[in-house]
Structures are given as C-alpha cells and as structure tokens.
Design a protein around this ligand. Structure first.
Ligand code: URP
Ligand code: ZN
Length: 452
C-alpha cells in the first residue's frame, strides 16, 4: 500500500520546503516536487492532506523509562508510553538496560527487549554501567553484539554511583565504540547537604536544596575532563542548571564537538516554587527543579541550540506513590514524552523564534545522529523510515489537560499548561497512528532498533 502526504511544508534538519512524500513498505520511497500529479503516478494511493501543516521527522526521544526503573512501578509501560509518545509526534525512543544488583548484563538486556515487545514505537537501548562495572565491562563485546553502542553512567544513584576512576576505566573501553550519557550530580556534595535537613521532612524543596547547582557543575567538569582525555563522545543527561549551559558554551567556543547537552522541558518550565506545599512531591525528579534563573537560561539554551537533544526522562509515577512520602523516599521522575515536541513547538518555535530545521534537529536529528540511528531516523529522505509528525502553527492556544493524556499517568506536570500550536497527526512506518489526538495503534507494532 502506498500513502502520499501532500500539500504540507516538509521540514528536515537543514531546510523547509513544499513537497509530496510517497510512503511505501514502511519507508519514504520518494520526495516529489509539489507540482507532481501524485494521483496520476499512484492511482490507488491513500492520500493524506497536510495543508497548513509542517511535516517533520517523527520525534526521537533519547531518554525514556518505559516500565523499568527501580522497584516502584512506573505508570507507563512500553505500550502506554508508546501511545503517549505517538500522541505528541514521537515515533522512536531510547530506553535503558540497567542491571539490578548482581544481575547479569545479558539477562537485563533480554528482559528489556522482552518488555519492549509491547512497544508501538521503535526503540533502541542504552546500557547502564552499575557499581558492578568491573564484572560488566569485560562483557562489552557481548553487549555490543546485542545492538547496544550507547552507554549510561551515574555519578550518584542507588547502586550506580560511580567515581572518577570508575568513569576513566569505562571511558577507556568504550570511547571508540559509542557514546556515554552521564547523570551528573556530585555525591559528596549531596551527602553533606543531606546532613543539614531532617531525613523525614515532607517539604520537597529539600530535594532541590540538598542537590544544589554546584553538585551538577562539579560532576560535569569531572566527567568532561575524563571524556576529553579518553576521546569519549559525552552527553550530559537532563541538564538542569545554568552553569552546565555555560560549560557547554565554553566548550563550543573551544571547538569541542564531542560534548553535548540533553535537557528536558520540565527544567525550562518549572522551578523549586512548584515543589512547595502539599503537592510538591508531584514535581520531584533528579536532578531536581531549580531557580527561575536556571529555567530561563535553559530555555535560552534551547533556542540557541546549546541544548542539542531535547528529551524527557519520561519516568512517571502515580500520585499514590508520590504523595505522603518524604524527600528521601519519594520516587523521582515525571511525565513528558507526550508534551516534549509540542512544548518545543509552542515555547521554542511559536513564542521563542526557533526556526523549524532547528526544531527538527533538537527533537529528532541530533539524538538520531548521536545514538547511531540516522538516517533511518531523524530525517525525511528516500530510504528513511516513514515516521512523520504534523505540526499546525495556526491551531491557536489550548490547554493541556488529563483528557489529552494518551498514556496511563494519573497526573501530568503539564496539566493546565497553555500550549500554542499542536501536533495533529503522527505517521509511524507509513501508517497514520494518531489523528487529532486519537491514537490508534497495535500493541507490539514497534520494533527494536539495534545500533551497529
Ligand atoms: O528522577 C529521575 N530522573 N528518575 C529517573 C532516573 C534518571 O536519572 O534517569
Ligand atoms: Zn532517566
């Protein structure tokens, strides 16, 4: 079956132009000039009218946790998370294999691939080195054989807190194989700060105050120095502070192309103020929300592309797991996979002056390139997967509410947020899977994308 997308403004990572797209066998078969008589060439095709819409590559969210992170269940599994992703124009995600204590790396990878059989988006996997990295690193060839070339490591998290020496060993082994995504928060700073706050306080601002900007700054500088020494391509996960944006600006000025930043809309939109009061637990994630100055600087970094990859760290927990906890026990993580591209379109393109090719770069191309999925993902070209999203710049202002949520989260930090413009249609593998907010997709229709 051939599908033709006509009348739209096609946007890739370099330019925007009028064209008709021919989709066949899950791939983009041709990009035709808008004057081409598509019906004459493909008399039986399904015609999808994209008049008034930007047609962009399906989004690539480089950082999600569908179902698997720690012991407390995440609200979205691979299927419900896929539906949320598709509702917002994202057609590919990168999730994680993070071994439990003493778990064999291949056992963990097999379990994550098995869980991913329910996915309705395509997915790749990162491998997370744990404190057991001495047992894991010798298995590197086996991990690579599983189609995993992108790695993650934490400076601070239960059972995954690594020290600079650990990072150096890991980077020496992986620098010529793939990339490293780092959760950067200096543990010793946070441990000292925690001594100043009662462990049982339910005031969630303590989460932010015990994990200050300086902890991110020091951790970033440490791993960056080792990445430079070892020639490792480094991405800082969920950048939360203005200092990290400044470090990126410095490195860019020095010509360091091996160092990039990922950040998420919540760090640009919310602050420690949201963590105050009885529902503050609903705004908890690590690193935590910070000041208005940080949020403003990160939004600026979105528009000037100091943030290369806009991801979500989608890791939502139900209200019942969040509320009634204290700052030490609250499960950290929030939703975002559905709103990510619409946030960038509304706040970046419509209100912030971000141009459309830049929107494409930060929502799909850069992640696809960094994680080895390009040009299959992250662009619109013959041979690329037929994954597309339509964005309507004239949709006007609307309020994101729970009725729009396509996943299983029972709250969203974006509930009540006023967005401009809208994702009106998502095409995955040549098939319309979302139209005007209604997602129609089969469980298991997504595929694991091995990175070679
Ligand atoms: O709070 C968060 N971010 N939970 C997920 C863990 C991570 O850092 O990716
Ligand atoms: Zn995460």
């Amino acid at each position: 079956m051939v599908t033709a997308v006509v009348n739209g403004i096609v946007v890739d990572e370099c330019r925007e132009y009028r064209a008709s797209l021919i989709l066949e066998n899950g791939r983009i078969a041709a990009v035709l000039s808008p004057e081409t008589d598509v019906r004459a060439l493909y008399p039986d095709c399904d015609m999808v009218d994209a008049a008034g819409q930007y047609v962009v590559p399906g989004g690539v969210d480089g950082h999600v946790h569908f179902g698997g992170f720690g012991d407390i269940p995440i609200a979205d599994d691979f299927y419900s998370g896929s539906k949320a992703a598709l509702a917002g124009g994202t057609t590919t995600v990168v999730d994680f294999c993070e071994p439990g204590v003493g778990e064999d790396p291949l056992h963990c990878i097999a379990a994550r691939k098995e869980a991913g059989r329910d996915a309705a988006v395509d997915f790749a996997l990162h491998y997370t080195f744990t404190e057991n990295w001495r047992e894991e690193l010798p298995r590197l060839d086996e991990i690579l054989d599983e189609g995993i070339r992108n790695f993650k490591a934490y400076t601070y998290y239960p059972h995954t807190s690594l020290l600079p020496g650990d990072f150096r060993n890991i980077m020496e082994s992986i620098h010529d194989k793939g990339t490293l995504l780092v959760h950067a928060e200096e543990k010793s700073i946070i441990d000292c700060m925690k001594e100043k706050y009662p462990a049982d306080t339910s005031d969630m601002t303590a989460l932010s105050l015990t994990r200050p900007n300086i902890s991110e700054q020091i951790a970033v500088e440490n791993v960056l120095a080792i990445a430079k020494e070892t020639g490792t391509r480094l991405c800082i996960a969920h950048t939360s502070s203005r200092q990290t944006a400044e470090i990126r600006a410095r490195e860019k000025a020095a010509g360091n192309e091996n160092f990039i930043l990922e950040s998420c809309p919540h760090y640009m939109q919310f602050t420690i103020e949201n963590m105050k009061g009885g529902e503050g637990a609903l705004y908890t994630m690590n690193p935590p929300l910070r000041s208005q100055a940080d949020a403003d600087r990160l939004k600026e970094a979105l528009v000037n592309e100091e943030i290369a990859i806009l991801s979500t760290d989608h890791c939502p927990y139900s209200r019942r797991y969040k509320l009634g906890t204290n700052y030490m026990t609250v499960p950290c993580g929030v939703d975002g996979v559905q709103t990510r591209m619409m946030y960038a379109f509304s706040e970046g393109v419509i209100k912030g002056g971000l141009n459309m090719p830049a929107f494409v770069r930060m929502t799909s191309t850069n992640a696809a390139k960094f994680y080895g999925l390009y040009p299959r993902k992250g662009t619109i070209a013959p041979g690329s997967d037929a994954d597309l999203a339509f964005f309507d710049p004239k949709a006007g202002e609307w309020t994101y509410g729970m009725e729009a949520v396509a996943g299983k989260t029972d709250y969203s930090i974006f509930e009540g947020f006023k967005l401009e413009g809208r994702c009106t249609c998502t095409i995955k593998g040549g098939r319309v899977v979302m139209k005007d907010g209604i997602v129609d997709v089969e469980k298991g229709s997504g595929a694991y994308i091995p990175v070679k």
